[in-house]
Design a protein around this ligand. Structure first.
Ligand SMILES: NC(=O)c1ccc[n+]([C@@H]2O[C@H](COP(=O)([O-])OP(=O)(O)OC[C@H]3O[C@@H](n4cnc5c(N)ncnc54)[C@H](OP(=O)(O)O)[C@@H]3O)[C@@H](O)[C@H]2O)c1
Length: 326
């Protein structure tokens, strides 16, 4: 697979990464350990070198899985993980105190079975801890050789600039897809100016953009807490998927591939991290890296999406409050 550079930091990864969260933590089902590890091995064999996890996924079990699965390939892959949720549980609040960052990093290193983390993100900006202190703590961890690169997630431009002046930020990981385009307003221009890479999470709109979700989700599905995934909002938002499916059909690609190829076409320093529990979908998603969208096709996608008003918030109130709007 082609490689991409995440901004000016020197961090180079496969054009498409693998979001590991869903392996055991998204639709409430997930894979058993043996199958999840097999899929991680398949992903490496298929050219993926960039894997995303967090202590909060599980919590803890996703990092353990990733650590065990990638151990045979450790030197050949880039592992990204995250700190910053109070007690590793996103709904209980935030905690990026320097002592917590250090403790979480040590614990992540153990679970990931490694002596360095390639890319360490702050999962959400903690309003109670100055970002300079967070960046300074990661800077120390980098100097100690425990971490290689620093990242932020869902941070505002103001926070990114402050953090970047203490410790260069290599990548921002925030939601970005045809289902959520807010980063185009201020974030992407700022990242371009500062030479910071962008890692869109939920690049398939948590599965919605592929067209496989067309009715109420199972009761155990974690996406049920998201307003966009209520039964009536799913129904209303399908107009977007139907419109994209038509464009995809003309191009002879799947709707999911169109959504990923569109992201890849936005900037050469964007690296989406779709997640899947299925080998054939992994192959399908990787196929998007070979799709070139023409200017006319990109314009058509833009016009189509701009003409549709999506309904439902992308997060419930408790999680929306944690988004940095400073
Ligand atoms: N920083 C943050 O706050 C944050 C937040 C959310 C996610 N993330 C990261 O971003 C990664 C990806 O995000 P995500 O899992 O929320 O959403 P996503 O990658 O947009 O979508 C994943 C969903 O799409 C389905 N899917 C994947 N490929 C498909 C295909 N080709 N056809 C049909 N369905 C397909 C998967 O189901 P199957 O498993 O059944 O294929 C899964 O339900 C996560 O793994 C995590 O690492 C970070």
């Amino acid at each position: 697979m082609q490689k991409r550079k995440l901004g000016n930091s020197g961090l180079e990864v496969s054009a498409l990464g693998f979001g590991c969260m869903g392996l055991n933590f998204l639709d409430g089902k997930g894979l058993d350990k043996k199958d999840a590890i097999k899929l991680l091995h398949d992903a490496v064999e298929m050219g993926i070198t960039f894997f995303d996890t967090a202590e909060a996924y599980g919590p803890f079990t996703n990092e353990e899985l990733v650590g065990e699965g990638l151990q045979p390939y450790r030197k050949d892959v880039v592992i990204a993980t995250k700190f910053g949720c109070k007690n590793a549980r996103p709904t209980t609040g935030l905690d990026s105190r320097p002592e917590t960052i250090r403790a979480v990093t040590e614990a992540s290193l153990k679970r990931l079975k490694t002596d360095y983390i390639d890319l360490l993100y702050q999962h959400r900006v903690d309003p109670n801890v100055p970002i300079e202190d967070v960046a300074g703590t990661v800077k120390d961890l980098i100097q100690e050789g425990k971490v290689k690169y620093f990242g932020l997630s869902e941070a505002s431009v103001k926070t990114i600039r402050k953090a970047h002046s203490t410790q260069p930020v290599s990548a921002l990981q925030s939601e970005y897809s045809l289902f959520w385009r807010e980063p185009e307003n201020e974030i992407i221009p700022a990242l371009e100016e500062l030479g910071i890479g962008f890692v869109p999470f939920s690049p398939l709109g948590k599965g919605f953009l592929t067209g496989v979700i067309n009715k109420k989700l199972d009761d155990i599905d974690r996406r049920n807490i998201i307003p966009r995934f209520s039964e009536e909002n799913i129904k209303a938002n399908l107009v977007l998927v139907d419109a994209l499916a038509k464009i995809a059909q003309q191009k002879n690609v799947t709707t999911g591939q169109l959504a990923l190829a569109w992201l890849l076409a936005q900037k050469p320093w964007i690296v989406p991290i779709p997640g899947t529990t299925k080998l054939h979908r992994l192959a399908e998603n990787i196929g998007s890296t070979n799709i070139i969208l023409t200017t006319d096709e990109l314009t058509k996608i833009d016009e189509t999406v701009n003409g549709i008003t999506l309904v439902g918030d992308r997060y419930p109130e408790v999680l929306e409050k944690q988004i940095d709007r400073s």
